[in-house]
Design a protein around this ligand. Structure first.
Ligand code: BGC
Length: 904
């Protein structure tokens, strides 16, 4: 027999272990030391270039219903000073405030390159102080352009030797490239980043990474080496308009290593014309095409001191980028995992096809032994033909292959540096002998965002879809949110980005990533205020379709909602205003009519001018709300008024009061209008019926939307009280549905609802349909922001307990700490376990079955609801009210186990 409760317990234990609540040390009673200290969303960032960084921490307490009533931050210039409770840089003193997120630095002015040490304590509701947190640190980057002394230099391999005399106490490398770099010091790679720096609009902004290289350097002779690849900086010609690519003819390096000696002396090693350059083993590299590597051209010892570089030429200094140099303040791209192939087949003599068992992003490491000059070719695909040969049809123009030429010296291992692929299968040809499973090792590569959420439910198809979302989301994070990872796109398509951001923020720690991307968007804005379809701009229309441009206000808005980020709103306010002005200039009679994509990859066509106009309304009303939040009430009112006019014009133009349809009455058309509350009250019910009838009777409980419409549809159905129908769509396994993809063997989400494998557009790893992931957390898990609340200060836990589901469990590491919700349902009994972080409170909605009577609800051992009434006395539970059949509890922080019983 299925034992729901036990299963739930095991699962919860797993979720806890997995996400951890790292290092909480409780004293006997009372407030525990804060954990998870962040500076600008990052733990212990190196090279922060924000003058007034913001801090956040997570609170813990042994008792329920606890608030932070005050905090104290200490920041010191030395670890020892901080250990002695010194705050020579900033001692906030005791600040009466419940803010534990977005606390803005207010100490002495922060200096370039310096490391600061900080800790925090808090006072609870009763005024008891917690112990101080463990020490955290942050380090400033180079705060002004004048501090960069080096020059951009070109070359494939670059090297420089230098004598350093004395004991080195501190050394920092600041490094970036137009393209990609691998930095080496004294024979070893520096750091674990790959495909660094991030893809930006290089002429406007280049991001540098800071490394602590103190231990890499020694008194005496030292060698610095860099390998460069073209990355997105030189990619072009064959793919993009001349206007947007290639940005540069060849990759270039900019480096500065600041070294401090014990006696106070400082030395900087910088990239300049004194460096030497040579051609290395990488014969060619391209993000799309892959790498060609000839191991016979390796120059052993080139990155070590004492290497004879007399045949090398002087490095060429170039103008490089005149743009801003900014610190790369987000998680880097890394090899996050290694995977053994699942199987090998040999569909033809000499052709070996490895199956990784999972569509992934990255590359493989090759292990091979054979005569010098042997050429092994690896080709990467998502698909194979029925005969087992690889199917490259959906890769477009991307060659997606690596060619390795052996040097012939024992076992050789090779992995590429300056390319990546989206693939499940790897075809190996030219292999000397017969490869084994050990010959390849999969390398999973993407921006290394941390996990934030988990969602599991008793219905397996949901867990399968969640797994696909996970993979598709991660494999589409490459310093920007990309559309796909395999063909010659992999671009920051803004529509895909906005559609999936909420899902991404529930599943992963995305705050720093989107902070960076929003700045990328601002960099890409045109003088008239409009935005491209892709950021950085490479592909797509100018201006972009509104469903794509709208990523700008929407991502800002989600940052505000999820993380309480007011600064994002402040910093982008003027640029957003310009954007709205652009929209307005194209909205004669308050109707915006420029459109291209409309609802993309839809099954029933919805007119693009209608969709564009709905976005126009959405953007203007969001902008009005932002003005309100920033205290600009006049502008809030005038944009609010404009939104009203746009809404009226939209209803006049696109609503048919006779048929109760918007535009042509597709699911997308009616769902967007309902979601945004555009529908005149007296027609609401009728439009709802149009929508649900179209799903149930018109399409036998299937979707007809593209990825734009579906993002609205699922949460809308829940808000209409039709989670049952949303659920039926979510677990549907016949075409078109997410489950159809799972049943057809997908391991990542497809670009199209259809199962296609031909040359036409059909990536097998797109994240854009993954928006349903947010609905898993919000509706099935029940985790929501409270009404009018941001950053999970007020939470609403309202799981949608649908007939077919026995249990579901969701947990999110929010900016304020863990929020979790796990429920189970068996005849006559509903259990709901929730966790609310300290300093937050929650509405917890416990829904009885429709026909239940004599409802009793217990929390732990205590009765908290009986005879239709709240029973007080349970610690942390403050009140309960009835809302229809549902019982809504008000609770403070802590963990609660509700158990509802009743007769049927
Ligand atoms: C991309 C999409 C994108 C669309 C818009 C496609 O080629 O892969 O994800 O949003 O174009 O035009």
């Amino acid at each position: 027999m299925f034992d729901g409760n036990r299963r739930l317990q095991v699962m919860r234990a797993f979720v806890f272990l997995f996400l951890g609540s790292a290092g909480v040390v409780y004293g006997a009673e009372g407030p525990a030391a804060p954990t998870d200290l962040r500076c600008e969303y990052l733990s212990n960032p190196m090279g922060a270039d924000v003058q007034k960084p913001r801090f956040s921490w997570v609170l813990h307490h042994t008792e329920r219903a606890q608030m932070q009533t005050a905090y104290q931050i200490l920041i010191a210039g030395s670890a020892d000073g901080l250990a002695r409770d010194g705050g020579d840089v900033w001692d906030s003193r005791k600040v009466d405030s419940s803010d534990s997120i977005q606390v803005v630095y207010a100490g002495k002015s922060l200096s370039s390159g310096k490391t600061y040490y900080w800790k925090v304590r808090y006072w609870d509701t009763a005024g008891n102080a917690s112990p101080y947190s463990a020490a955290a640190q942050f380090e400033m980057g180079l705060l002004s352009r004048d501090e960069w002394k080096g020059q951009w230099i070109e070359g494939n391999l670059l090297r420089k030797e230098i004598d350093l005399q004395g004991r080195i106490v501190r050394a920092r490398a600041y490094v970036t490239a137009l393209g990609y770099y691998e930095l080496r010091i004294n024979g070893e790679k520096v750091g674990r980043n790959v495909l660094d720096p991030a893809f930006t609009t290089y002429p406007k902004r280049v991001l540098y990474t800071t490394y602590d290289v103190t231990r890499r350097l020694r008194s005496g002779r030292n060698a610095f080496g860099a390998m460069l690849g073209g990355g997105w900086a030189t990619l072009g010609r064959r793919f993009f308009d001349p206007e947007v690519g290639p940005y540069y003819k060849a990759p270039a390096l900019l480096l500065q290593v600041n070294i401090e000696f014990e006696d106070g002396k400082t030395v900087s090693v910088v990239s300049d014309g004194s460096w030497k350059a040579a051609q290395g083993p990488i014969v060619s590299d391209s993000v799309y095409d892959g790498e060609v590597y000839d191991a016979r051209r390796e120059q052993p010892g080139w990155d070590q001191p004492g290497f004879d570089d007399s045949t090398w030429s002087a490095a060429q200094t170039v103008e490089g980028s005149k743009g801003v140099l900014s610190a790369q303040m987000m998680p880097p791209i890394r090899v996050v995992d290694s995977m053994a192939p699942r199987s090998i087949a040999s569909p033809r003599p000499g052709v070996f096809v490895f199956d990784m068992g999972q569509n992934m992003s990255g590359w493989v490491q090759l292990r091979v032994q054979g005569p010098a000059g042997t050429q092994v070719t690896l080709r990467f695909t998502e698909l194979v033909y029925p005969d087992g040969m690889i199917n490259r049809e959906n890769l477009g123009e991307a060659k997606s292959r690596n060619i390795y030429t052996l040097k012939g010296q024992g076992e050789e291992t090779y992995e590429p540096r300056f390319t990546y692929h989206g693939f499940r299968y790897v075809e190996v040809t030219g292999f000397p002998g017969t490869p084994s499973l050990d010959s390849l090792r999969g390398r999973v590569v993407h921006t290394a965002v941390g996990a934030a959420g988990s969602f599991v439910a008793s219905k397996q198809i949901l867990n399968d879809i969640q797994r696909l979302i996970h993979w598709s989301q991660l494999t589409n994070l490459f310093s920007i949110p990309t559309d796909c990872d395999q063909r010659n796109e992999r671009q920051g398509w803004m529509g895909d980005a906005q559609a999936t951001a909420e899902e991404a923020m529930m599943n992963f720690d995305m705050a720093a990533f989107y902070t960076n991307f929003i700045r990328d968007i601002r960099d890409a804005q045109f003088p008239d205020g409009s935005l491209p379809d892709t950021v950085p701009r490479k592909y797509g229309g100018v201006p972009g379709d509104l469903g794509w441009q709208t990523a700008y206000p929407l991502l800002c808005w989600y940052m505000w909602q999820q993380y309480g980020d007011r600064r994002i709103l402040e910093e982008n306010y003027d640029a957003l205003k310009k954007y709205v002005a652009f929209l307005r200039s194209h909205a004669q009679d308050n109707v915006y009519r420029l459109h291209w994509e409309g609802d993309w990859v839809e099954l029933a066509h919805t007119p693009g001018d209608y969709i564009g106009d709905v976005w126009y309304y959405y953007d203007v009303s969001l902008f009005s709300k932002m003005a309100q939040i920033l205290g600009k009430s006049d502008e809030a009112a005038s944009y609010g008024q404009l939104a009203g006019q746009v809404k009226d014009a939209l209803n006049r133009t696109f609503f048919d009061a006779h048929t109760d349809n918007y535009a042509n009455g597709t699911q997308t058309a009616n769902a967007m209008a309902l979601f945004l509350d555009l529908v005149p009250k007296e027609h609401r019910e009728a439009v709802q019926r149009r929508l649900t009838d179209d799903i149930v009777y018109g399409h036998n409980t299937h979707l007809t939307t593209g990825f734009i419409g579906v993002k609205f549809l699922m949460p809308l159905l829940t808000s209409l009280g039709r989670s049952d129908l949303a659920y039926d769509l979510a677990v549907q396994t016949t075409y078109p549905s997410w489950g159809y993809m799972v049943e057809r063997g997908a391991t990542t989400l497809w670009e199209l609802w259809q199962d296609k494998a031909g040359p036409a557009m059909n990536s097998h790893d797109h994240i854009m349909f993954g928006s349903v992931g947010a609905w898993f957390y919000n509706a099935l898990g029940g985790i929501n922001l409270g009404p009018e609340s941001v950053g999970y200060q007020r939470i609403r836990i309202a799981p949608q307990i649908v007939e077919d589901l026995h249990w579901a469990s969701a947990s999110v590491e929010t900016i304020r700490g863990t929020v979790s919700s796990s429920w189970s349902h068996s005849p006559g009994v509903i259990t709901l376990d929730v966790t609310v972080p300290v300093s937050s409170d929650a509405q917890v909605v416990v829904p009885p079955e429709a026909q239940m009577t004599d409802v009793v609800i217990r929390e732990g051992d205590r009765v908290v609801w009986e005879n239709g009434r709240y029973v007080s006395g349970d610690p942390g539970v403050k009140a309960a009210t009835q809302d229809g059949k549902k019982v809504v509890f008000q609770v403070g922080s802590g963990s609660y186990s509700f158990r509802l019983t009743g007769s049927e």
